[in-house]
Write a protein that binds this ligand. Structure first.
Ligand code: 3H9
Length: 699
């Protein structure tokens, strides 16, 4: 018997407990252990039922995701979980699955191979494989529609969202919610001597081919909108729709075929990279695990604008009382009104109960004074992107805050050390760069200055958890990881328009590649006045190779600030819907003529290569300089803060998928054609020479 599955007996029931911390994944040995337990029960006349459950914090969180790469490379044999589960399901004695924590992916598939499922109210079940670019591969697409109906199965498998135990009960996945101790509840269920009921034999909830296809079509449309570019959700829908025409056995074979194709595809490689990446970024190699963090029980935010208000909401959402300061009462009132509107919108959309919204609002205390700041453990400054102003605020904060409290800045570009230098506590100064809207976007760039203490870095990284963010640590440089790379990316987008492409062509090339928005439309959203100011600061810092003037400055000078002024790269209606503006086209051709910029046409492929290779080349520099710790940190920044699709894995992973030799060839060509800004990063040259990817590199 495998140690991964521990067997005990009680009241004629064989209890098999999966013991594979931290999440009881179905690593080699676990499914075999479960099957052995069921066989042992079959051979023992004293046993009348089997209960399967998980030890520790959860039931089974799915297949062992780490195994997938080994399977694809041939290092590990293919999983044959489906066959194993079929044998468990064939048991002549009832098998009851007892669920707490999560039953996800292969975990839910295991649960559905049992004859009954009981769960505690806090449990969740789901088929999240699409989030890894996969579909259920152990019968999920065939058993779930038989238990929960075709529509529910399509929703869960194509969109990947888990459901609560209550919802699982309502749709038939779970048979009973257990109050109190789960094992006792499962044993009580077994004592009722339920008859064996095999999921694979259920037929009542299956639909005919026309109905199944109609539902699949509805979900294909929804996936096209919400999961644009992803192939796994469509494969999951095909597999479920096939229940209308295939026997269970043939359905399993069809599912297997689709699962294998997904597993060997680039999208699952990219999404699995992101899954582990989102966990890797929390691990800071130079911070010992035992680094003590500082408690954050009270917070303060300076600046009640869009960013400050959003950051205050993040603290309130985490249950942390927060002071929100602005200089004038009207500014503060405007900020609080926006926060209230945001909460009201969440209530209207059913995401938050009205009482919860009021509780959260009550945690935000508006103020025009620094009174009360002495009790806060952290203050986040979120004012205008101007060094002098920020320094002034840090002097004030240094006076108002108790020794040992953290002073954080939400700057998106400025030098943390310059800001820290005006305080008496540079060790306690750190960058916390939130992304707009701060209460929605998952990314938090934590920026360490030269003096920031390990405890303060650890605290800022840890703070991401209650604030429900993914924190990525960056070194201190102009723009940190995200905006430093975004500079060359947007510069190339602007240059392409100057050289003859249209704004829509550039944006469409990038959105077709998968970006949530095109680079020029992003400029309009953020405000061309904002990017103008950032560029002026960069010019002042004499960043090498920066064009002294671009066509975007012309738009700024004309007061075309983007969405906020209804005119930018595009023209916007009252609903902020963009249309192409012939005036921009006219202006840019005029600009190009005056500047003597040669005109030509571009293919989408050329556009994508120009902007993405600029991004990747700059990313390689950030790695060399130690600004980003690992290439995956860059990928997670771009997936969570800049609209890069997870199924591309982020820019650095994508570079590996293209091949660094090919990327380098492109960079060299642009260097020859377009000049010194395109000088290949030495790390890119080195890795291309060695035939490696960025992921295979470490400092
Ligand atoms: C699948 O099942 C395919 C099937 O159809 C079968 C096909 C044949 N494997 O997230 P946490 C690690 S596909 C390996 O921080 P939480 C994770 O990396 C799978 N490792 O905890 C981390 O490691 P580390 C479908 C896994 O409490 C540690 O466990 N299932 C797996 O915040 C703790 O994780 C899923 O997609 C795994 N399956 O959240 C579920 N899961 O400490 C994926 C986690 O070294 N998992 N790890 O960084 C989750 O969604 C969350 O982990 C969970 C717990 C909600 C379970």
């Amino acid at each position: 018997m495998s140690e991964l599955v521990q067997v005990t007996r009680r009241d004629g029931v064989l209890i098999a407990a999966v013991n594979n911390p931290p999440v009881n994944a179905l690593s080699p040995g676990v499914p075999e252990g479960l099957l052995a337990a069921v066989r042992e029960a079959a051979a023992d006349d004293a046993i009348h039922a089997v209960v399967i459950l998980g030890t520790g914090r959860t039931f089974i969180a799915g297949a062992d995701i780490r195994e997938f790469a080994r399977i694809v490379s041939g290092e590990a044999p293919p999983l044959n979980l489906a066959a194993l589960l079929e044998e468990i399901e064939s048991s002549a004695k009832p098998v009851i699955m007892a669920i707490h924590g999560s039953a996800l992916g292969g975990g839910l598939e295991t649960a559905m191979a049992g004859h009954y499922r009981v769960a505690v109210a806090s449990a969740q079940v789901g088929q999240p494989e699409v989030k890894l670019g996969l579909i259920p591969g152990a019968g999920g697409t065939q058993r779930l529609p038989r238990l929960a109906g075709v529509e529910q199965a399509m929703r869960m498998c194509a969109l990947g969202e888990p459901v609560t135990a209550a919802d699982a009960l309502a749709c038939g996945i779970v048979d009973r919610i257990v109050e109190g101790d789960l094992l006792e509840g499962a044993l009580a269920f077994a004592a009722e001597r339920p008859a064996v009921r095999r999921t694979r034999e259920l037929q009542e909830k299956l639909l005919d081919a026309t109905q199944s296809e109609q539902l699949a079509e509805t979900f294909r449309t929804e996936c096209g909108r919400k999961l644009r570019g992803q192939s796994a959700p469509l494969a999951a829908l095909d597999a479920i729709a096939a229940t209308a025409r295939l026997s269970f056995a043939d359905g399993i074979a069809y599912e297997r075929e689709l699962f294998d194709a997904c597993l060997r595809g680039a999208q699952s490689r990219a999404m699995i990279h992101v899954f582990f990446g989102e966990r890797t970024v929390a691990k800071i190699p130079f911070l010992p695990k035992e680094t003590a963090t500082l408690p954050v029980r009270r917070a303060a935010v300076v600046g009640a604008g869009t960013m400050g208000g959003g950051i205050a909401m993040c603290f309130a959402n985490a249950g942390i009382p927060v002071l929100l300061k602005d200089t004038t009462q009207p500014a503060l009132d405007r900020g609080m009104a926006t926060i209230r509107r945001n909460y009201e919108a969440s209530v209207r959309k059913g995401r938050l109960a009205a009482a919860q919204a009021e509780q959260r609002l009550a945690l935000i205390t508006p103020t025009v004074q620094y009174d009360g700041f002495g009790e806060a453990d952290i203050a986040v400054e979120a004012v205008f992107e101007e060094m002098k102003l920020k320094q002034q605020i840090f002097r004030d904060l240094d006076r108002a805050m108790r020794p040992g409290a953290i002073l954080a800045t939400n700057t998106s570009t400025l030098d943390i050390d310059f800001i820290a230098a005006v305080t008496s506590r540079p060790k306690f100064v750190v960058g916390t760069h939130f992304f707009s809207p701060a209460n929605v976007m998952r990314l938090l760039e934590v920026v360490r200055g030269k003096d920031t203490s390990p405890a303060v870095i650890a605290t800022a990284m840890e703070l991401a958890k209650p604030l429900k963010k993914i924190a990525v640590l960056s070194g201190n440089c102009f723009g940190f990881i995200g905006n430093r790379m975004f500079g060359p990316y947007r510069e190339q987008a602007v240059s392409l328009v100057e050289e003859g492409a249209t704004a829509q062509q550039v944006d469409e090339a990038l959105t077709s590649w998968g970006m949530a928005m095109g680079p020029l439309a992003v400029g309009d959203l953020a405000g061309l006045d904002v990017s103008w100011r950032v560029r002026q600061e960069a010019l002042r810092l004499r960043r090498p190779h920066l064009e002294p003037k671009t066509f975007e400055d012309v738009l700024y000078e004309l007061g075309r600030y983007g969405q906020k002024s209804s005119l930018g790269w595009y023209r916007y209606d009252e609903n902020r819907r963009a249309t192409a503006d012939p005036e921009v086209e006219h202006l840019v051709r005029e600009y190009a003529a005056v500047q003597g910029i040669a005109q030509r046409t571009f293919t989408s492929q050329e556009i994508v290569e120009r902007v993405l290779y600029a991004l990747i080349n700059e990313g390689a520099r950030l790695l060399e300089e130690g600004i980003a710790l690992r290439s995956v940190d860059i990928d997670i920044v771009y997936v969570n803060g800049y609209g890069c699709p997870a199924w591309r894995g982020g820019p650095m992973h994508y570079a590996g998928a293209v091949g660094l030799a090919k990327v380098l060839e492109g960079v060299r060509k642009f260097h020859d054609e377009l000049g010194p800004a395109w000088k290949p990063a030495p790390l890119l040259e080195q890795l291309a020479r060695e035939g490696k990817t960025f992921e295979q590199w470490s400092r």
